[in-house]
Design a protein around this ligand. Structure first.
Ligand SMILES: Cc1ncc(COP(=O)(O)O)c(C=O)c1O
Length: 398
């Protein structure tokens, strides 16, 4: 007799973005002909530069010839890409061996799957609000012991270290949705805590490219000791425009240890997990990844990132001019708006949609501490962003 995984019933009934799509569709049906402007979803919109496109094309071309064709590759990733990523870390004076790098098809799957190499009794700490995958993947794995680290105006949207012992700590910096970026001192407190308690930090750096302040860390390995206690998950999605191409990587250092594991054990567990359940990233995507790591590739990717950050600046300036309180959007593509008039996040969603015809994301969808806040995304074509901002400034009654 088959039975379902009833942990699925413990997840929120609807996925946040499905609920947004549903409510937007209802509005569109009631208001035919009205143009709906989207500042909601964190999806890239701008074309990829020619250097990276050439890499992707090279990947396709190689498949057309007997001499260069390849089928399944190494589950851990193309050794050239692992080497290139290791060299990329070296530029920030971080030593990561290629064997510590696991290429993947993106950070979402890795951030959901990484918990599987840890015991189901482990206590989890997650930021609140945050990208929902960390929590949901642990709930599906049967972990109910979750410690929420509140990120509020008072702590600058970066949490204090947990008051109790916890085993796995998820940190996302720059944070989705608040746009807050941890300082080196803040990360050091977590690294020290993790080493002391034999906890593991799972650090999601998917938005690292949006950090322009040189004092802010782009990798947790900028913090001394982090290789003993932290896994880093990263992505080509938001810095190389690979949201649809699909490519990411995870670093599991050899030095990483926890309560019942020796040096190298966690690396071998992740290797086992990936070789058992993953068949390697697309060889075409990996050629594109290699091209994006060349000096010209990096420059072209950064140009697109800067374009989104210019959008972020426009959003911030407009909202501030209207007297609204805004956070984030300076080293991250998300603007975290304090909802005016004491409204709830969903009430503000309806107000923004009905008055300005703009769609954003209610903060409460990312965790209870997101209530009273609203996420606006800087991903989008400039003319659409400008149109949305003009409409907000003209039509939103606050
Ligand atoms: C914090 C965070 N991590 C990971 C991802 C997903 O990255 P990928 O496209 O590499 O799966 C997202 C996507 O929005 C994200 O916001």
């Amino acid at each position: 007799m088959a039975t379902i995984n009833s942990n699925y019933d413990k997840l929120p009934a609807t996925y946040l973005f499905s609920e947004i799509a549903k409510r937007t569709a209802v509005f569109a049906k009631k208001n035919p002909g009205v143009e709906i402007l989207k500042l909601g979803i964190g999806n890239t919109t701008e074309p990829i530069g020619h250097v990276v496109i050439s890499g992707l094309k090279k990947g396709v071309e190689k498949l057309s010839k007997l001499s260069t064709y390849s089928g399944y590759g190494d589950e851990q990733g193309d050794s050239r890409l692992r080497e290139a990523l290791s060299n990329w870390y070296k530029k920030s004076k971080i030593q990561i061996d290629p064997l510590e790098i696991f290429v993947s098809d993106g950070a979402k799957a890795d951030s959901a799957n990484i918990q599987s190499i840890f015991d189901s009794g482990n206590k989890i700490a997650i930021c609140d609000p945050v990208y929902p995958v960390y929590k949901d993947s642990n709930i599906l794995a049967g972990r109910e012991n979750i410690y929420y680290m509140s990120c509020t105006e008072k702590n600058g949207f970066f949490p204090d270290i947990p008051k109790n012992k916890v085993d796995l700590i998820y940190i996302c910096s720059p944070n989705n949705p608040t746009g807050a970026v941890a300082t080196k001192a803040q990360l050091k407190r977590f690294v020290d805590f993790a080493i002391k308690n034999k906890s593991i930090i799972i650090f999601d750096a998917a938005y690292f490219a949006y950090i322009s302040n040189p004092k802010l860390p782009k990798s947790i390995y900028e913090i001394p000791g982090a290789k003993k206690c932290a896994i880093e998950i990263n992505s080509f999605s938001k810095w190389a425009g690979f949201t649809g191409v699909r490519l990411g990587w995870t670093v599991v250092p050899m030095d990483l240890i926890c309560q019942n594991s020796k040096r190298g054990k966690l690396n071998s567990l992740w290797n086992r997990r990936q070789t058992t359940m993953f068949n390697g990233a697309s060889n075409i995507a990996q050629e594109g990844g290699l091209a994006s790591l060349t000096s010209d590739g990096v420059k072209q990717c950064q140009k697109v990132v800067n374009y989104y950050m210019q959008n972020a600046k426009l959003i911030r300036i407009t909202l501030e001019r209207m007297g609204l309180k805004v956070y984030g959007g300076q080293n991250a593509p998300y603007i975290w708006l304090k909802v005016p008039l004491g409204m709830t996040s969903w009430d503000f969603f309806e107000k923004l949609l009905s008055e300005a015809h703009v769609v954003g994301t209610p903060g409460s969808g990312f965790g209870p501490s997101g209530e009273g806040f609203f996420r606006l995304s800087a991903f989008g074509h400039r003319q659409n962003i400008k149109k949305a901002l003009t409409s907000i400034e003209k039509n939103l009654k606050i």
